[in-house]
Design a binder for this molecule. Sequence first.
Ligand code: ADP
Ligand code: MG
Ligand code: MG
Length: 925
Amino acid sequence: MSVATGTKKHVFAFTEGDGKNKKLLGGKGSNLCEMTQIGLNVPPGFVISTVACLEYLDSPSRELPAGIMDEVRAHMRKLETQTGKGFGDAKNPLLVSVRSGSALSMPGMMDTILNLGLNATTLEGVIAQTGDRRFGYDAYRRFIQLFGKVAQGVPDERFDQQLEAVKQQVGVTEDVALSADDLREISERFLQVVAETTGRSFPADPFAQLELAIKAVFNSWMGKRAVDYRKQFNITPDMANGTAVNIQTMVFGNRGEDSATGVAFTRNPGTGENKLFGEYLVNAQGEDVVAGIRTPKPIDWMTAEMPQLATELAELRDKLETHYHEVQDFEFTIERGRLFCLQTRNGKMNATAMVHTSVEMEREGLIDKQEALLRIQPESLEQMLFPRLDPEVRAEPVAQGLPASPGAASGIAVFDADRAEQMGKELGHKVILVREETKPEDIHGFFAAQGILTSRGGKTSHAAVVARGMGKPCVAGAEGISVDVERREAQVGASSFCEGDVITIDGSTGKVYLGEIPTVEPDFTQELDQILEWADEVARLQVWANADLPDDARRAVRYGAVGIGLARTERMFNAVDRLPIVIEMIMAETPEERQAALDRLLPLQRADFKELFQVMAPNPVTIRLLDPPIHEFLPDERQLERDLEALRSLSETMRGVTVLEGAIGLIQAPDKHRAEINRVRRVVDPILVEAAIAKKEAMLHKVRVLYETNPMLGHRGVRLGISFPEIYRMQIRAILEAAADCAKAGIRIQPRIKVPQVCTQEELLWVKDYVDEIHEEIKQRDGRPVDFQFGTMIEVVRACMEAGSLAEVAEFFSFGTNDLTQAAFSFSREDAENKFLPLYSQSGILQNNPFEVLDIKGVGKLMELAVEWGKEIRPDMHVGICGEHGGHPDSIGFCHRIGLDYVSCSAPRVPVARLAAAHAALLAG
Ligand code: ADP
Ligand code: MG
Ligand code: MG
């Protein structure tokens, strides 16, 4: 071995490479090593490490690290011995593929070259050896095109034009119909294309080809596609850095009817069903399946078509799963009846399939419960709560394709990725990206689209794989649709749709509909219940929900919430039947007037709370006293001004009507006019108009009085409760009376009163006085106490600093991390997100948006201190979080570590949070 002095070993044979070292060898490379070492039939080859790639990319003039080509030559010699072929040999030539592959799978984002080693001489050898001219030229033209594109930067279209020209000339539409001579002509034209485009002839020397190909694959790591992909999926250098290069002996799936190529999942990636799932093409090379050039056959057909190989494939599947303890997504090629495995990786599946396979593999004994939980990304569970088409709605599909990625979506049709981005991201429309087939360069269109529809390609086509990874609905291979990108229009049988027309796709059935079809909420599957039950067994953190209305609470309970951490009373104030009373309460000029309005609100709030308690019984319900500044319940100033203007001009009109009435005598108009004028007056009563004007004027006045420069830091929360004690008293009474009613009815409940925006102990004591007084009164009345807790929101920096003294009064803390984040950064959320946060995260000043991902270093530190100081004073202090962060898996991990008791999040996040809480416990060990 030629390990030159001082240089590291950069190249590893499949027989020696460390199958666990994905960072060094890439995912593809390490798995090729591992599969070779466990005895699967892998075409021999070797891996050049990612370290070599980084050294190459770092070198000023893009030079391969010293000694690498020597190592490569040594390994090529070994390959020659192993295969009995010679690289560049005229009689028995060795051909190889040069394949990219980084630590994380980035499907189609980097480049691979097949059939390398072909030139005019070796081609003759291939032809002589196989006795198949057609095969030889087919391999040759594929090589020239791939090499030309990847290593020499020749645009694909130039090749495609020539291919199409020859096809037209001989009158065929499918590649398979081309004869050996046609393919020879195509190869010659391709060589010409390369010479014309690059100004140099196509390299004939195999080692020269190899070196260029290695560099090209390394370069593809920094290609635009790959860079965009990493950015979009937040792939950082510590996750994947550089691509490895795999050099592997070619095997041919295009050697005739006893040859084939395919891709398969060991289980169904859409449903998780324990059944081999995949597609294959007879007499084809690997890339044909992925590219969607021919629509492949379902793997089931193999049993009839190639029974012996179907059995071998089933064995391969079992070996892969038994070894990896995970569903595998693998590539295979059959060359003249011999099965080879060319790649394997953990299967990317949607959440439904992940959950299904977790439960099944645990039952099969392939994995244990911990593994079953840990292999599912908590975030992905949200997919399972995706909408489906309303089964009640009868609609006729216009086309049927393959159900490639489940879920239903409606949107306007767009026919290319740039338009999708424009209409979707910039203009905010819901769009469905409609393509004949998709390519890696369409990726930005996927991000912008609600769903993907293609007219060609199978369930393992690019569109299907990418959509599944993103959890977006996809219908693939809807062959009834013919897409005309130029005219931005698609024909479906007799009908058609154009860009901008709404269509609906159902990725679970493969059906396509014109127009929008309503969707319904999905149900919880039994398997998801099972997984979440296991999660609850290991989690220490409880998951509660933020729910304001009984319906939200019911949904939260269905999703497994065991408490309400935040019920916002203002939502109840905003109901149509309440708002006028609330406005009256705000407009009141005296405490008596205000009390009168509050007296009408009391029974309504009491009924609200009672229902919430009942829905959640016997679990806790935390009700937050009124928080927003009260002018939020009034219309805004401009609106009131416009209303007044309209009313005043109406009043003026009515004056005109009165004048007209008086003038009737003067102008001697017939009497019937007088009657009509009176009717108008009855309809628009001037007294009513004046009353409306007076009311609106009073409201406008109030709005101006209540105006605040910075309402979020203004008269809100507990400050409001102290300046208008009647409001908080009413709410406290409603809570305690509702609780007393429930207790009387024998319903076990745990009410909690939570005070917002507190920054001093005195504020808390002030409100506690109201509570004690009202509680005392109810105790006297009913002859028994109400069981409840009194606590505070922690959402002001000073509250964190004063946690110890607040704990003397509060029985629980509840972190309001939305406001606490604003306060800690001095960022107003809306302004930050609209103005500078995108720039901050782009330029790396902030890693994440702190309103989405809890800022552990700053806000987290404040929380940690508050917990510590609070528990010093009150060791059994119950602590939770109710900001949006409570539903974010990373933040949940942090909450676990600092010893919170629960996280509270919106109902649809509850399943995510339950699994995240389990992960937190398992990973903390
Ligand atoms: P990607 O990462 O984009 O899937 P691959 O390196 O896997 O790229 O290669 C693209 C296609 O070429 C795959 O279908 C693969 O199976 C096929 N292929 C790669 N190397 C060989 C080989 N040595 N013999 C036959 N087919 C190959
Ligand atoms: Mg591959
Ligand atoms: Mg708040």
